[in-house]
Structure formats: C-alpha cells, structure tokens
Design a protein around this ligand. Structure first.
Ligand SMILES: [Zn+2]
Length: 114
C-alpha cells in the first residue's frame, strides 16, 4: 500500500520508499505519550503503524498540523457489483431485493411485491 505525506498547503504526495522508515520512526517515538493522550492502544512496531494506517486514518509524525502521513486506501475499497433487476433499474448487488415478481431495487419493492 502506498503511503502519502501531507504538505503545509494541504496537498498529499507519495512517500518514497527511502523516506518511509523516517516517518514511521518519528511516529513510533511519539506513541509513548500520544497513545495515552488519545486513549488508544500504543503502536509499538512498524506493523502496528501500517495496520493503523490501513484503517484510513492519518498519523502525525510531528506537531505541525500537516506533519502527518496516511495510506492511500482508495483502491482497497471493494467495488460493489452492479446488478440489473427485473424492475428495470440497475443497483448495487447488496441493495437487490427479492419480490414475488422477481428481483427489485429498494424503490420498486412495494410495486413489485404486489
Ligand atoms: Zn426499480
């Protein structure tokens, strides 16, 4: 997964492989007091840091508001499969409902159930 760093103008840029160690070290140095202050478990290893970033949250490596890194998790989001229902509408697979006259989108459920 790609790590991203934030600049003071609010834009994000790729963390190069040789920079990654530095940022993670700085984050781990802060964890001893920061985790307590935030009331969460302390991140103790590089793996802990990466697992935390995988949740989509960012971590500060310095006190400046922009001194933070995050992981680009956008490509990790599962692409929901789109399905065409018998009502004629195309919806995400998880939204498809089953009725007496076939599959239906949530909007047409009442009409299709009759
Ligand atoms: Zn429909």
């Amino acid at each position: 997964m790609q790590l991203l760093k934030c600049f003071s103008n609010g834009t994000w840029d790729i963390v190069e492989a040789d920079e990654e160690f530095f940022y993670i070290q700085e984050i781990l140095k802060r964890e001893s007091w920061l985790a307590v202050r935030l009331g969460r478990a302390q991140l103790k290893t590089k793996e802990d840091v990466l697992d935390y970033l995988k949740t989509g949250k960012s971590l500060n490596w310095d006190d400046e508001w922009y001194a933070k890194i995050k992981m680009d998790v956008s490509e990790q989001l599962p692409q929901e499969e789109m399905v065409k229902c018998d009502c004629g509408h195309t919806v995400e697979k998880c939204s498809v409902m089953s009725t007496s006259s076939g599959s239906s989108c949530p909007d047409c459920y009442d009409r299709m159930s009759m």
